[in-house]
Ligand binder design. Structure first.
Ligand code: DOR
Ligand code: ZN
Length: 347
């Protein structure tokens, strides 16, 4: 069986920098036409000049004959100025600004502690037409890690949207039925990305029969009912839901560790994983909307001209377990089940 779709985009990736960047970028640029690139480097990408220099480093890691467009983001801090926003809006390379609540995830220490402090900047972004991408979790110690997304919606996102209704927001990597329902109930200026791994695994996969550090990510994977809610959203063709893999590589030494890092490296097998999930739900005809079209519509970008063909094989496709990064390894996402779909061609 063969499926041909418009070449997809990844609306949420972490490329890192240096050797890691060089090793992981080709796995994204080989399949995807465009990618929204997260700014949580050390130090974070806080202005258009840094974004443009980072874009150049990414382009140097993309093969010479590959068409790929990194769409850059800025890291919002309590020091971000209106001038930073103006320069970003006029740069042509920055497409969104990312809000990390301080302490929520990898390299988020410089993020926002009190969101009301950045309201004037968010108002300015709305005027300049820059999108806000949010890591939607509260960081209060007393809030259970499995409830942090739901509490963020109630305590941070809902008041923010009421105060600044013209700001276009993407709730990144939603992981709960609450998140899905909140987006479905909104009438404007709200969309959500869904990751590959949150469509495939639940918290049992991470915790039963031994702890699996390579499934540890943030927001943390939830119960099966939440996974199913996300699958329903992804296969619905509702334009407010689109792919953001959140591919987030860390070397094995940082994952298999007494205090392991959050992140799943799924760039290599995402399209095979998605085709498997959509096929299982008789929704292969909705894969193009989710992975290639809906995000473009929300971000106001033209669709890719190229097509991707995927083929369903008789025998499961085998992906490498790890990739090499300098003298260390990064483990590839294990989708738990066999994958029969494979990307055959992009052109
Ligand atoms: O699992 C995650 N990894 N979630 C995030 O929010 C950040 C990411 C990373 O940068 O490692
Ligand atoms: Zn991320």
């Amino acid at each position: 069986m063969k499926l041909i779709i418009t070449q997809p985009n990844d609306y949420h990736v972490h490329f890192r920098d240096g050797d890691m960047l060089k090793s992981v970028v080709p796995h994204t640029s080989g399949h995807f036409g465009k990618a929204i690139v997260m700014p949580n480097l050390v130090p974070p990408v806080v202005n258009a000049e840094m974004a443009s220099a980072y874009k150049d480093r990414i382009m140097a890691a993309v093969g010479a004959d590959v068409d790929f467009q990194p769409l850059m983001t800025l890291y919002l801090t309590e020091e971000t100025t209106k001038e930073d926003i103006d320069l970003a809006a006029e740069s042509g390379c920055v497409h969104a600004v990312k809000l990390y609540p301080a302490g929520a995830t990898t390299n988020s220490q410089s993020g926002v502690r009190d969101v009301t402090k950045v309201y004037p900047i968010l108002e300015h972004m709305a005027k300049r037409g820059l999108i806000l991408c949010v890591h939607g979790e509260v960081t209060d110690h007393e809030i259970d890690i499995f409830d942090r997304e739901a509490v963020f919606i109630e305590k941070i996102l809902a008041p923010l949207r009421e105060k600044i209704p013209d700001l276009k927001i993407v709730m990144e990597h939603i992981t709960t039925k609450n998140g899905r329902d909140y987006v479905q109930q909104s009438t404007k200026n709200l969309a959500a990305t869904i990751t590959t791994h949150h469509l495939m695994i639940n918290r049992n996969h991470m915790l039963v029969g031994g702890i699996k550090p390579h499934y540890y990510c943030l927001p943390i994977v939830k119960r099966e009912e939440h996974r199913l809610a996300l699958v329903e959203a992804a296969i619905s063709a509702d334009p407010r839901f689109f792919l953001g893999t959140d591919t987030a590589p860390h070397v094995d030494g940082h994952k298999e560790n007494a205090c392991g890092c959050a992140g799943v490296f799924n760039a290599m097998n995402t399209m095979s994983c998605l085709a498997e999930v959509f096929d299982e739900h008789d929704a292969l005809d909705k894969l193009e909307a989710f992975a290639a079209l809906n995000g473009d519509l929300y971000y106001g970008l033209p669709h890719n001209q190229k097509k991707m063909s995927l083929i369903k094989k008789e025998k499961a496709v085998v992906f490498p377990e790890k990739i090499q990064v300098a003298d260390e390894c990064v483990t590839v996402f294990d989708p738990v089940r066999p994958l029969y779909w494979n990307v055959e061609d992009v052109g």
